[in-house]
Each structure stands twice: as structure tokens, then as C-alpha cells.
Design a protein around this ligand. Sequence first.
Ligand code: GLU
Length: 304
Amino acid sequence: MTELLLHMIEKHKKVTEEGKVANYIPELSKANPTDLGIYVLDNDGNEFFAGDYDKKFTVQSISKVVSLMLAILDNGEELVFSKVGMDPSGDPFNSIRKLETSSRRKPYNPMINAGAIVVSSMIKGVDVKDKFNRLLDFFKLITEDPTLDLNSRVYLSETETGNKNRSMGYFLKSENIIVGNVEEVLEIYFKQCSIDVTTKTIARLGLFLANEGKLSTGEEIITPRITRIVKTLMVTCGMYDSSGEFAVRVGLPSKSGVGGGIVSVIPHKMGIGVYSPSLDKKGNPIAGISLLEDLCNELKCRIF
Ligand code: GLU
């Protein structure tokens, strides 16, 4: 496996030149566009890695998977999905368009920014600090990584430039979908996106989902039903508005982030974390996707 991964990194490294590092959050533009790394964890405790697997990057939209699980634990499935839908939007991740024009009056799904902001507003806690700390602690628990922490530079950069997210937050408040203080909700959302991870952290998140919400000790943290909901939404909405094409090419429940990460789940078997900060036009890691497609051809691990 290690040899296969080394070969894949070498083969797909040149694909990084076809994309661009995100620059709408200024701190993200400092990433090295040619970086490419992968970490694979399996159920027998084996770990395989190659390339820039140990570089730190911010989790960005992959955090939407984590906040969704905690929001369902905190509020129950019914309440969460009364405020956010379960269908692909067909629009870019940061689009505001359908919030006003769609008759459904709620964000299409929890994987686009508008939906994730609603989900963040549902995390329980006595104050904003407590809410974020609960989310961070939950993230540490399920990835079995106590070192996870906020990247303050990225957080400040997001909060200074995140006006589109801010406008969605206030619109959602005006529709009574968000209750409470919008600036506090956005603080949680921007902070959850700004948690530093490595490919190993997100591979662990993938393995946790692969094992239907169980830690490596066998302890169940969330129910198989909640993991099924999350993994289904990852398939249909996890790769923004190219989720359909990704499902054909790669065929694994996955979630990308504009920091360059992708988490992929091979049910009951493996968790995969990829880092590839050079993004395609839809905001997905360009070389990460071609690498995963090739790897799934080799491993014959597609779920479809
Ligand atoms: N923090 C980013 C934003 O809100 C996350 C986007 C992403 O990774 O898709 O724009």
C-alpha cells in the first residue's frame, strides 16, 4: 500500500498545476500549491501515508460534517432538518441566491455555507465560547486527536473578509431560521472552519464514519443512523456542485474544504485523508480528486 500511495503522489503531483490555491480568505493563499499528501487508516490499525501528509492546514468545510453530527446529538434529527434541507442546491458552496428565491425558505443542505451556518447556530452551550469549545472537544474525541486547536491567523482572516457568510447569517435571522445573535453564530462557524488538522486527523474522521460512529476502542459515540445521514449527505452534497461528477469518478462518501482537505470513507474498512490546496473552479482540491479516482480504481473500493 505504501508503495502504491508513493506512486500515486508522484503521478498526480503535476495535476496541482492545473488549479489555484484559495485566496478569498487571504491567509489561505499562503499554502504551497504543489503540496499533495495522503493518509490511509484501516480497521486493523494499519496506517499508510505519502507525500505532504504531515502538513497542517485548516479543516474549512470538512468541519460541516462534525458540526452536523453534534447538532443532531444536541437537538435531534427532526429539529435540525426542520431548519436545513437534505438536497443538493446545484449552486456554489457560498451562494446566497436560493435563500430568497426558493420556496422552501431554508438552506438546501448542511454542506453549503448557508446550511452550515444554521447548523452552527444549533450547537448548545452556555455562551459562544462554551459552544465552540464543545465543538472542538467533540472533534478531538471522534478523531482521537487531543492536539486539535484553532488557527487564530486563519480565523482572523475569515472574520475580516467573510462578508458573504455574514450576509447569509443576517438573512437567515430575518427569516427566523437562526435564532440568537448572528455575530456569535458566525464566530462559531468561522472558528470551526479555522481548526488546524493534518491528513491523519481527517483520515481518523473518515474511519470513525466508516465504523458507524465508533472509536478505535469500540465505544459508540453516535448512532449508525446519524452516520448514515451524514455519509449520505456527503455523497449527494459533500463536494459542492460537483458532487454528482465526483460520485461517478470516485464513488465514496467524501467532504472537501477550501483549505485543500478531503475526507473519504470506505464503509466498514478505511478512512482516507487527502491534502491538496490547489483547487479547481468549484473549490475542490484538483489533484486530490484525480488521486482518489486513481486509487479507487486500484483498490476497487467504490460503493457504487
Ligand atoms: N470558511 C469557508 C467559507 O465559509 C469554508 C468554505 C469551504 O471550505 O467550502 O467560505
